[in-house]
Design a protein around this ligand. Sequence first.
Ligand SMILES: Cc1ncc(COP(=O)(O)O)c(C=O)c1O
Length: 382
Amino acid sequence: MQTKTPMKPIQMVDLVSQYHAIKGEVDAAVLRVMETAAFINGPEVKDLEKELSTYLGAKHAIGCANGTDALQIAMMALDLKPGDEVITASFTFVATVEVIGLLGLTPVFADVQPGTFNIDPVDIKRKITPRTKAIVPVHLFGQSADMEPIMAIAKEHGLSVIEDNCQAIGSDYTFSNGTTKKAGTIGHIGTTSFFPSKNLGCYGDGGAIFTNDDELAKRIRRVCNHGSDVRYYHEVVGVNSRLDSMQAAILRIKLRRLDAYAAARNRAASAYDAAFSSIPGLSIPERSKSSSHVFHQYTLRVAGGKRDALKEHLEKRGVPAMIYYPVPCHLQNAYKTARFAEGSLPVTESITHEVLSMPMSTELDEQQLAHITSSVRNFFNQ
Ligand SMILES: Cc1ncc(COP(=O)(O)O)c(C=O)c1O
């Protein structure tokens, strides 16, 4: 008699199965680093930086300790000063806004587009004042914000652009003339996170900063290294933010697979789309006209106040689902201001009540996808 194979438990991100698929290479790379004892900024870091800059088509890629540091270092390298206004999205992970606050800069929030969840260039324009110095578009959930109009606004007003590309590494942005660039290489500086669950994740903390500008690259390296170009001589106030060599060695292995990983995520997203697109009251994630999607998250919008009940229904069936993000930054206790009171960012505020992200990883199999999709359809009596 044939027995049915039990389904692998479903997780939001299955990093163990992903590791098992590359275990031989990863284990050997980690041991290699241990044998050299070049633990910090060793040859693996230099090689990763070269490979990242080739992959992205950015002149410089500079490793650092995490994606939050990457944003902070970018702002320090641009010499932003207390009181300068930085326009960003409130519908993002808090790190983007946290570093603005840490440096004494003023976060100014622009609303997002309801379909793509990305910052709305029209609202960016409305938020510009004489104190505005920079724009930080966040490429949320795996697709690039609309960089062409954002760069045009920045040029018109003499602003710097830092792309928070922690969630969309590998996605391609296409300009109206047909040229394509990788997300994170279009603004003056791009940043990313190698947090384990990211599309290009390491086995600890890590991050990187990208730029095509030689002078900015110099300043970024200096800020990362205690404000120093020459050991024990310090030109500016800096930080200690380094990528370690074991993480770099692991990232080099995963970078070679990044496009295949994005394809696997897109296969899962297509299965979700096919199962969910005809369910009334459920909106599948909109594909941007100008960006490819690498599905860091597959995020549904659930109308009619049913989001939390759907989440609970799924959890009872062994399907984890997450709310990214339940409270936008402008309504967080740490960042509340009179200027951005409740009601000030209507799209952001409405989608925080509707969004629900489905399990998404490179290793979701047919059996798991069938269980997830039937569990969602079943909630809607489909
Ligand atoms: C949009 C965004 N910005 C910044 C970060 C911060 O990255 P890290 O956790 O590596 O500091 C993250 C991820 O956590 C993120 O998703």
